[in-house]
Design a protein around this ligand. Structure first.
Ligand code: ATP
Length: 503
């Protein structure tokens, strides 16, 4: 819900996770900076992905291709011609909107009206309420949901046929107004390419028009044969890559969910033609398991199988996550056929084929892709972890229950007081732990307040040095999630932490 989302955004700033880009100049819309804790969380998510994809699969290797690529790449991939959003301007307010988003928001309101009716009926009927029956028979609910479906279907059809006039007609028929000013004075709908352009070279005549890559995948496709040959890879095999991508998104909202500069983690798996659907199923299942392994609640994930497929795909699904604003795409798994490699063969004039020794023939492999936004994953982790807990004494504690393996700081070492040699012992513990973990020292305020500060920052362990430490070399280890405390030997700290947070 809205409040939870606002809390996530302000918590991210207060605890050093995310700042608006160039904030002293009032920020840049849909561009963000990762702060001291954010950069660690992001790095840990990236590493968790990389290890599971590259190190845990003997037939997957990584690359790091350049953001700038030969411009023909984007002709071959279809991005020059088809990577567009339908835009509409309001003539009075001069505001620009995505036409499809205006229509989707309208449809969502119908859905909300239907849900409201259902909630009301639930209250009236109590335990005897049969939701399924109500939804299919109550005239109002039937009408709302029916209209929602027709609106979305008509929009999808018009967009597919590139019938932009009909998209505009739909907006007018539905009486959709500028959400900010209420004006219904719209321009035509037109397509807007999402790629950022730039120039290579200094002089005006010799400069070459380039694009900042809108996805990392093409860097993998154009290197397919280089990797296959130099790594002596045999099909099936995969190439993984993480890196920045850029899209000139028109509707930039929902914090880091939709950014103009963001990071992707993609893997293209090259398979024998005809075997792609088997591998597609394999990767759907494998990727869901990866998500579930973080323990963020099975109920927060669902698959959305695409019925309408992009021209290059013969099967596609999203893994959706339950964000504070509802279930939304987090990752895509696509069976892309031989579309990309064939297109690069055509535009480059180079063969991109694999000689299969078992079949004794050469072919252009089929591709199954898994593609996840690192920033979106970050938002999923952050919003899922932020909780307000009411304690036994009635007080509320704010705790960021990050999966320990992803937490930016693994432990805070706290001397109970700033004297009697306790700070020195704490420092010595840090000197040992920092070889394996990102750990910090904190001596300000009462220890209870320091615990709360670490809870809110997401630190899974606090290690407290007190006067007993001087006598018997033991410390208190406190666990963020349960707030339980245990007395252990200094020499056991590292092992104790490893139980929960090693890869
Ligand atoms: P959407 O429909 O949300 O715009 P998409 O279908 O265009 O996403 P893909 O092109 O399949 O997304 O990109 C793969 C993944 O990259 C997405 O699942 C998402 O996690 C991430 N992603 C795409 N666009 C953005 C963006 N503007 N900001 C942050 N992450 C993004």
């Amino acid at each position: 819900n809205d409040d939870q989302f606002k809390k996530v955004v302000s918590h991210a700033k207060e605890y050093g996770y995310i700042f608006a880009s160039s904030e002293i100049y009032d920020g840049l819309s849909a561009v963000y900076d990762y702060a001291q804790n954010g950069v660690e969380l992001k790095k840990n998510i990236r590493e968790y992905w990389w290890r599971s994809m590259v190190y845990m699969h003997q037939n997957i290797v990584g690359i790091d291709s350049a953001i700038l690529m030969h411009p023909t790449t984007w002709k071959a991939s279809g991005h020059v011609d088809a990577f567009n959003d339908p835009l509409i301007d309001n003539k009075d307010s001069k505001k620009r909107y995505r036409a499809d988003v205006l229509i989707e928001d309208y449809a969502e309101k119908l859905n909300q009206k239907a849900q409201k009716e259902i909630e009301k009926a639930k209250g009236r009927f109590g335990d005897s309420f049969d939701e399924e029956q109500f939804v299919s028979t109550n005239p109002r609910v039937v009408r709302y949901l029916e209209e929602q479906r027709t609106v979305l279907e008509r929009m999808a059809r018009s967009l597919e046929k590139e019938d932009l006039a009909d998209v505009k007609a739909l907006i007018e028929e539905l009486g959709i107004a500028d959400p900010e000013t209420g004006s219904k004075n719209w321009t035509e709908v037109r397509q807007f390419n999402l790629m950022f352009g730039t120039k290579l070279g200094a002089s005006a005549e010799s400069a070459m028009d380039l694009y900042l890559r809108p996805e990392t995948a093409q860097g993998i496709f154009v290197n397919f044969l280089n990797v296959q040959k130099s790594g002596r890879m045999k099909i099936p095999f995969g190439i993984a890559q993480t890196g920045k991508a850029f899209r000139n998104e028109i509707v930039a909202r929902q914090f880091i969910f939709r950014m103009r500069e963001f990071e992707q983690m993609e893997m293209q798996f090259f398979v024998r033609p005809g075997e792609e659907l088997k591998w597609y199923e394999y990767w759907k299942e494998t990727r869901l398991k990866w998500h579930l392994s973080l323990g963020m609640g099975e109920e927060n994930y669902r698959f959305h199988d695409h019925e309408k497929l992009a021209h290059y795909a013969n099967a596609a699904a999203d893994i959706e996550f339950n964000f504070p604003f509802g279930f939304k795409e987090l990752e895509g798994i696509h069976s892309r056929t031989d579309f990309d490699l064939k297109a690069h063969e055509k535009f480059s004039g180079k063969k991109l084929q694999f000689f299969d020794p078992e079949l004794n023939e050469s072919y252009v492999p089929y591709v199954v892709e898994t593609s996840i936004g690192l920033d979106r994953m970050f938002l999923a982790v952050l919003s899922n972890s932020l909780q307000d807990e009411t304690l036994e004494d009635g007080s509320v504690r704010t705790v960021l229950k990050l999966p320990a393996i992803l937490a930016p700081v693994k432990a805070a070492v706290l001397p109970l007081v700033k004297k009697d040699g306790l700070p020195e012992i704490a420092q010595k513990i840090i000197d040992d732990l920092q070889w394996d973990y990102n750990v910090i020292y904190d001596e300000k305020d009462a220890v209870g307040r320091r615990y709360r500060r670490q809870d809110a920052a997401g630190t899974p362990f606090c290690i407290t040095v007190d006067h007993q430490t001087i006598e018997d070399d033991t410390v208190t280890i406190r666990y963020r999630d349960t707030m339980e405390q245990e007395r252990i030997k200094v020499s056991e700290i590292s092992e104790k932490m490893k139980e929960t947070i090693s890869f």
